[in-house]
Design a protein around this ligand. Structure first.
Ligand code: GLA
Length: 392
């Protein structure tokens, strides 16, 4: 852990030095927000259900200082484009990373925060488009730094909601609350068991000798964005049909497996599959929390496997590359569980791997995946990390 803190501190120091070179003054604040990996509970957040993600060490850092000219400015060495807008003007969308910055500023303003003019510098080691929530970590780090500059701190749970609004309404991506929330409240060594309806959450400790290993398939199929919206719409349609039979149900999360068994015949095949995934996945999250708490690794592994199969066959958001990564992972020693993670259609798998087996796991999975697909996977190894924090 000491290494991670030092590495994070070093990132912040370097960013502060670069900030000085660019803006001619030191930053007043540097904030860090992590990426995330979801252990189980996929496509349940926007159905009012349960999720079990963890924050990871890969993070976004934002350095910020107030300025006097009424301008919000932001840049990054790593990505093209920059923000330079008058704070009280209407911001136009640019379809670049800069939309996350202006989107967060607008959502904060809409929430009633008296924002001040500020210069921002952004750096991130969360890979883009890998399903590890680079966008939520950017939003949360930007929000934290703008609030610190405005001397108007808000709790991370509140910030998560504001950043989700930024992404839904200003960036135009219809995500649920999971990514921003865990980036806000993540805790070292723990997964976050979150009820996405009440937003109540509990920390579930992960064993110290188990690593979170993320294998990046290095593909992001172009259907991803549109299919995400389509899945959301299909869940809503399934809910509407089920409500004709079960009028007390508010979201798919309220439908018990027994009720579903009685009512599934009222749904057309496609919607039946979508609803079956969500209803069973919610149960799997509850059972995974119990398995983790009782150190029942065999059960946890089965639940992660069942989740992957359900995402592949019923929710249809996996892809051949993710299926291969899961297949190779499961054949390795020291693997407690493996499945696709995040929205799907590419991105990463999540693997719970005993520390002593991690090096061998990484080599074997990388070799087999590259042999089969011609793509070298990026493999990230992390412990569960802390959420949003002011570093400087
Ligand atoms: C993306 C979204 C999340 C969640 C997952 C699927 O990561 O941003 O809100 O819906 O997909 O579980």
């Amino acid at each position: 852990m000491a290494n991670a803190v030092t590495a994070g501190g070093a990132q912040a120091e370097q960013l502060a030095a670069q900030f000085r070179q660019i803006y001619g003054c030191g930053p007043a604040v540097v904030c860090r927000a992590p990426g995330r990996v979801n252990l189980i509970g996929e496509h349940t957040d926007y159905n009012g259900g349960f999720v079990l993600p963890a924050a990871i060490r890969l993070s976004t850092w934002v350095a910020a200082a107030p300025r006097q000219d009424g301008v919000l400015a932001a840049r990054s060495d790593e990505m093209p484009g920059a923000v330079h807008v008058r704070l009280h003007d209407r911001f136009e969308r640019s379809h670049l990373w800069t939309d996350y910055v202006t989107g967060v500023a607008q959502a904060l303003r809409q929430f009633g925060v008296p924002l001040g003019a500020a210069s921002l510098l952004v750096r991130s080691d969360v890979p883009l488009g890998a399903g590890l929530s680079s966008s939520a970590s950017l939003e949360m780090a930007v929000a934290c730094s703008l609030l610190e500059v405005a001397q108007h701190p808000l709790p991370p749970e509140t910030l998560a909601g504001i950043c989700r609004t930024a992404e839904n309404e200003y960036v135009g991506a219809s995500c649920g609350i999971m990514d921003q929330f865990v980036a806000g409240v993540g805790r070292e060594g723990c997964a976050v068991f979150l009820d996405c309806r009440s937003l109540r959450y509990e920390y579930v400790p992960l064993p110290a000798d188990v690593c979170l290993v993320m294998c990046n398939s290095m593909v992001k199929h172009s259907v991803a964005g549109g299919e995400y919206g389509r899945r959301r719409a299909q869940c809503e349609e399934a809910l509407a049909l089920l409500r004709a039979e079960l009028p007390d149900v508010e979201s798919l999360r309220d439908v018990t497996p027994e009720q579903f068994a009685r009512c599934e015949r009222f749904l057309p095949e496609l919607l039946r599959k979508r609803a079956r995934h969500v209803i069973a996945e919610n149960e799997r999250v509850l059972q995974s929390v119990a398995a983790l708490r009782s150190a029942d690794w065999a059960r946890l592994g089965e639940l992660m496997q069942a989740s992957h199969q359900s995402l592949r066959d019923d929710f249809e958001v996996s892809c051949p590359e993710l299926d291969l990564l899961v297949e190779y992972a499961r054949a390795q020693p020291g693997v407690l569980g493996a499945r696709m993670t995040g929205g799907g259609f590419g991105g990463c798998t999540v693997n719970l791997v005993r520390s002593e087996s991690v090096a061998r796991f990484r080599d074997a999975v990388a070799r087999q995946y590259e042999g089969a697909t011609g793509r070298a996977p990026a493999i990230y190894i992390s412990q569960a990390a802390d959420g949003l924090q002011r570093v400087i």
